[in-house]
Design a binder for this molecule. Structure first.
Ligand code: NAP
Length: 311
């Protein structure tokens, strides 16, 4: 069993910022990066709103910089996934494959995962024309006709990105207005390759594993009218669910399933367990707010360890 002062679970901007701060506080953190090292930034293209990069920076490059900075101060970044935790008493236990680590404090930054519509056809055709990541799969749709589902910034970003490959992009949105930021909406409306289908849901996705996606069945949310639409791909961009299952029996959540923090801090209902990033943020969900909350978690953890030393 290996003993640590701080274990950080998850490696997006929140976890890696927590690593930079706890490393600089001489706490020698270990970061278990999880199944998507670097988190959602690694499946983003241009990040234009992270301060300090006036020309923008590619998401994966930004993550690499965070990681380098964390390692420079003594962080151990491990490309491994935590499979179980015991937060019932300190020192806490963290399982990583066959190894068990104990730790004085835990910082949770496990982020969130793309939501799906919940259709059987969607699961069946995932990877065969259905995708939740345009940056990962857009390349396969050169000259094809694709749909993007959603009305937030992700749907705008994915649609704009897909115009680089697809011949046409149609956004399917369940209401008659987008919730995306004005600047992203304007870019979509200005792009000749993008059309919007308002007040519409996807009822079913057509196709087989052999043919890939061949079309969808749509339903108008106002009239109930059902129509067919041919297409070659469907990209889901309808938001995310927080990755909390490891902590189900220990940590309190809000009504949307996000981990709860106390009094504008990163503290949870268990002293010594801190959370940051998208797993506790159903509102802002930005790389910069995740990084800020990672800093908070590191400072909270450092103060906690100092005030509650373990033998
Ligand atoms: P989001 O803002 O929660 O938007 C989700 C969209 O999907 C909404 O338009 C919603 O419709 C729709 N939706 C949800 N469930 C649905 C369902 N079952 N069927 C059909 N439609 C459904 O999520 P997001 O776009 O992923 O953005 C998340 C956060 O990341 C936001 O804060 C956003 O600003 C940020 N972000 C920023 C950038 C950027 O700045 N470049 C890029 C990407 C994301 P309703 O509107 O009807 O609820």
């Amino acid at each position: 069993m290996m003993r640590k002062k701080v274990i950080i679970i998850g490696s997006g901007p929140a976890g890696l910022t927590a690593a930079i701060y706890t490393a600089r506080a001489n706490l020698s953190p270990i970061v278990f990066e999880g199944s998507q090292p670097g988190g959602q930034l690694t499946i983003t293209t241009d990040v234009e709103n992270y301060p300090g990069f006036p020309e923008g920076i590619m998401g994966p490059d930004l993550v690499d910089l965070f990681r380098k900075q964390a390692i420079r101060f003594g962080t151990d970044c491990e490309y491994k996934t935590v499979t179980k935790v015991d937060l019932s008493k300190r020192p806490f236990k963290v399982w990583v494959g066959g190894s068990i680590f104990t730790t004085e404090a835990v910082i949770i930054s496990t982020g969130s995962t793309a939501k799906l519509l919940g259709l059987d056809s969607e699961m069946e055709l995932m990877g065969h024309g259905v995708s939740a990541c345009a940056t990962c799969d857009g390349f396969f749709f050169k000259g094809k006709s694709v749909l993007v589902v959603g009305g937030g910034d992700s749907a705008m970003e994915e649609s704009l990105f897909l115009t680089k490959f697809a011949s046409e992009v149609q956004i399917i949105h369940r209401r008659d207005e987008f919730r995306a930021s004005k600047i992203m909406q304007d870019r979509v409306f200005d792009n000749d390759k993008i059309q919007v289908v308002w007040n519409t849901n996807i009822k079913e996705i057509k196709g087989t594993i052999e043919t890939g996606v061949t079309g969808v069945i749509l339903q108008n949310t106002l009239t109930g009218e059902v129509t067919d639409l041919d297409c070659d791909g469907v990209f889901m961009a309808i938001g995310h669910n927080p990755n909390v299952s490891l902590f189900d029996e220990y940590l309190e959540k809000d009504k949307h399933g996000y981990l709860l923090t106390k009094n504008k801090s990163s503290k949870t209902n268990i002293p010594g367990v801190f959370v940051c990033g998208d797993v506790q943020d159903n509102h802002y969900k930005q790389a910069i707010t995740a990084a800020g909350s990672g800093c908070m978690a590191a400072i909270d953890a450092e103060r906690f360890i100092e005030a509650h030393p373990l033998a």
